[in-house]
Design a protein around this ligand. Structure first.
Ligand SMILES: *[C@@H]1O[C@H](CO)[C@@H](O)[C@H](O)[C@H]1NC(C)=O
Ligand SMILES: *[C@@H]1O[C@H](CO)[C@@H](O)[C@H](O)[C@H]1NC(C)=O
Length: 381
């Protein structure tokens, strides 16, 4: 595993250096500064991840129903992860993988791999998982997802895990642990979207979804967590899936980056609601570092700096793996279906399959996020 980590880091440093040689001097310096591993100084010894497909490193593919409804268990998913399809929704590594590498820790094992080692933490995220419980989704009459491993189920797994490793003094055991509570909540809105609900209808669900996430934060604090990252959501109005589903001739529907305004406004409302809830919680728990993971602005930064970061500006809103239409995305011909092509170089694309990011985009997302979050984490720098 250590060898694998070294190889992965080497790979990234190499591609990074090549990238650097092509850039202007000042831009070069700021990017080099950004690329340095910084999280290591925090002395984090374990990471616990809760979430959905943004962070799933192999749970869905270990649930029979979920596995039968995902394409992530086979290539081209994982084509840049030593050509191994692990269940990650990307061509390679995810944000949580890069965070683990930054901490000098092994990549987190998926909880549903019963033989795996969890001494450095565990990954409870499952593709399709919602923040709301199955019961409340059924109440809303939303078609159920491919998994029932919702946030409350994932928290229950963590509880079970702790009972086996630290029954007497869990706060001590978790003293240097980092908790990633999300991204989760995005899938809660996918089901109403599929049911044809309007964005305004979805807005009404925001308080309930955020409450559920905040309940999750309280639960991990009760376990003994002292460093918690709570990510918001991406500006999905810039993603091929939303650009395709909400396609319109009206130019006023798009912002300066050709993202769907209505959709991004919805995400901003959601993120602001979450941010306010986090502020309240911070007052209640002054001794716990609760940090908002600003996926929204990290992504906008990526989009603004596509050229400096080595992406191809013609590919910014196209899926690397997919087929058809302006955005290389068709709902019934998505990545992983037979006959769906993959782009020649995923490193020049931000979007992997129209919904999830490429490894390269995840790498730069992580760099921006760490730069943003580090001063707020309890790191004694
Ligand atoms: C999830 O739970 C519901 C209700 O209990 C059940 O009908 C459904 O089959 C379950 N789905 C999966 C994927 O296990
Ligand atoms: C918070 O930390 C301070 C200083 O370490 C300590 O004195 C105090 O008891 C802590 N408060 C709570 C509520 O844990």
């Amino acid at each position: 595993m250590a060898l694998v980590r070294a190889m992965v880091l080497h790979l990234f440093l190499m591609s990074f250096l090549v990238l650097q040689q092509k850039r202007e001097c000042d831009a070069q310096e700021s990017l080099i500064e950004l690329a340095k591993p910084k999280l290591k100084k925090c002395g984090i010894d374990r990471i616990y991840q809760f979430g959905d497909s943004i962070s799933d490193t192999g749970n869905c593919v270990r649930e029979s129903y979920c596995a039968a409804h995902t394409k992530t268990g086979r290539l081209p998913y994982g084509m840049n992860f030593f050509r191994k399809a692990t269940g990650r929704c990307s061509d390679g590594m995810l944000i949580v993988d890069f965070i683990a590498l930054e901490c000098d820790l092994p990549l987190l094992n998926p909880w549903e791999d019963e033989t795996a080692d969890f001494s450095h933490g565990a990954n409870f995220a499952v593709s399709g998982a919602t923040a709301l419980s199955v019961k409340s989704l059924i109440k809303k009459k939303f078609a159920l997802s491919a998994t029932n491993s919702t946030l409350s189920v994932q928290l229950h797994w963590m509880d079970t895990h702790l009972k086996s490793v630290c029954s007497t003094d869990c706060p001590k055991y978790l003293e240097k642990s980092l908790f990633m509570l999300g991204e989760i909540g995005g899938d809660d809105f996918v089901y109403p979207m599929r049911n044809g609900e309007t964005v305004d209808e979805m807005r009404k669900m925001i308080p309930q979804v955020v409450d559920s996430i905040i309940h999750g934060v309280r639960t991990v604090i009760s376990f003994g967590a002292t460093q918690i990252v709570v990510p918001g959501n991406f500006p999905a109005g810039c993603f091929p899936i939303i650009l395709t589903l909400y396609m319109t001739r009206s130019s006023t529907a798009y912002d300066e980056y050709h993202c769907v305004i209505e959709w991004n406004n919805f995400i901003v409302s959601y993120n602001n609601y979450l941010l306010q809830a986090i502020h309240k919680l911070k007052k209640e728990f002054p001794n716990v570092s609760i940090v908002y993971g600003d996926f929204y602005n990290a992504y906008l930064w990526l989009q603004k700096n596509v050229i400096a970061l080595g992406f191809n500006k013609n590919n910014v809103q196209k899926a690397c793996c997919g087929s058809g239409g302006k955005y290389n995305f068709k709902p019934d011909m998505t990545c992983g279906n037979s006959g769906v092509p993959v782009c020649a170089d995923p490193n020049t694309y931000i979007s992997w399959d129209g919904i999830h990011l490429t490894q390269k985009a995840n790498f730069w997302m992580t760099k921006w996020l760490i730069h943003d979050m580090l001063p707020q984490l309890n790191c004694h720098l």
